[in-house]
Design a protein around this ligand. Structure first.
Ligand SMILES: O=C1O[C@H](COP(=O)(O)O)[C@@H](O)[C@H](O)[C@H]1O
Length: 243
């Protein structure tokens, strides 16, 4: 089995294609079990997706009062810091859509990296009432060093087989991040990668087409089947041999 590739002609088209997918999966989940649980990605790529979902074109296509929003990873910074994934999503998505506070499950970075990771694992397990944490949708990005969420090359979290949230220390940047493990991500019903721009093309090729090397290309830890969709633009897909 392999992933489903959606290759768009432009950045605008890739964003529209993922926004349509997000709305479709949201409505499917709400019809099936009353709510839609989503884990958001952070970093630079998803901001435009969140803005699009909050735009007049999309905002009324989903009952946002039934959407529960989590984070696949977070920077170890206060929630009002410019690098905070929470702050980015608040500005681009939560505030424009007036998402109820009780639907937003942010990482409490004031507890420090270890405390925040443990607390967030408990928050997620409580949400799923002690059953396996199975999100309806996990959104992911891809770093040009082939990391996804905060599963960075050569970090101990890559060996963690538990379904949990863990702290990750990045020696080169001397910062902590907080991330879901690959197992927690892989339990999701649907996973969607959003990757655009030429700068990601080599990483896309490594992750999807190179021999397995998890230490170098951690995004290879994410499962490859029909329910894992990659939304790419032509530039990000340009180094793929098989399309
Ligand atoms: O999944 C994710 O990927 C990114 C890399 O994305 P980028 O657009 O900033 O290159 C990562 O750093 C982010 O936190 C994460 O959720």
């Amino acid at each position: 089995m392999s992933v489903k590739l959606n290759i768009a002609n432009s950045e605008a088209e890739v964003l529209t294609s993922l926004a349509d997918f997000f709305i479709a999966k949201g409505n499917e989940a709400i019809t099936a079990h009353g709510r839609f649980s989503v884990s958001l990605s952070g970093g630079s790529s998803p901001k435009k997706l969140y803005e699009l979902l909050a735009s007049a074109q999309y905002k009324n296509q989903l009952d946002w009062t039934k959407v529960d929003l989590f984070f696949g990873d977070e920077r170890n910074v206060p929630q009002d810091h410019k690098d905070s994934n929470y702050l980015m999503a608040k500005i681009a998505l939560f505030d424009p859509l007036n998402i109820p506070k009780e639907n937003i499950f942010a990482v409490n970075t004031s507890s420090g990296p270890e405390g925040a990771s443990k607390e967030y694992t408990v928050t997620i397990n409580n949400y799923f009432k002690g059953e396996d944490a199975v999100f309806d949708l996990v959104l992911l990005g891809l770093g040009d060093n082939s990391h996804t969420a905060s599963l960075f090359p050569h970090t101990p979290i890559l060996h963690d087989r538990s379904s949990s949230v863990q702290e990750v220390y990045l020696h080169d940047q001397q910062v902590f991040r907080i991330s879901m493990t690959a197992r927690m991500i892989n339990q999701a019903k649907h996973i969607a990668f959003l990757v655009y721009g030429e700068g990601k093309a080599i990483a896309v090729h490594h992750v999807l087409e190179d021999a397995e090397d998890i230490q170098e290309y951690p995004a290879q830890l994410i499962r490859k089947d029909d329910d894992v969709q990659w939304f790419l633009d032509e530039a990000a897909a340009s180094k793929l041999e098989k399309k």
